[in-house]
Design a protein. Structure first.
Length: 75
């Protein structure tokens, strides 16, 4: 019976335990590559803010073009 227990321990340490460790780290690596829900929401908010800023800049340029047409030459 002692030989069977020793064999079971050796098989666990040489086959099962390394598989568990490898699968654990593979799962961690896959999770690290994915973007979290909070990060995705933050990116969407930043995109919306950048679109608003772009619209404001275009409006400002139109106003400046109407008010002072030669303003672009000063830049």
């Amino acid at each position: 019976m002692g030989d069977l227990a020793t064999l079971a321990v050796v098989l666990f340490l040489t086959i099962v335990l390394p598989l568990i460790v490898v699968l654990h780290f593979v799962t961690r690596w896959k999770q690290a590559r994915e973007i979290s829900g909070d990060d995705e929401q933050m990116l969407e908010e930043l995109y919306a803010l950048s679109q608003r800023m772009q619209d404001r800049l275009q409006t400002l340029e139109k106003i400046l073009d109407d008010d002072r047409p030669e303003w672009r030459k000063r830049i």
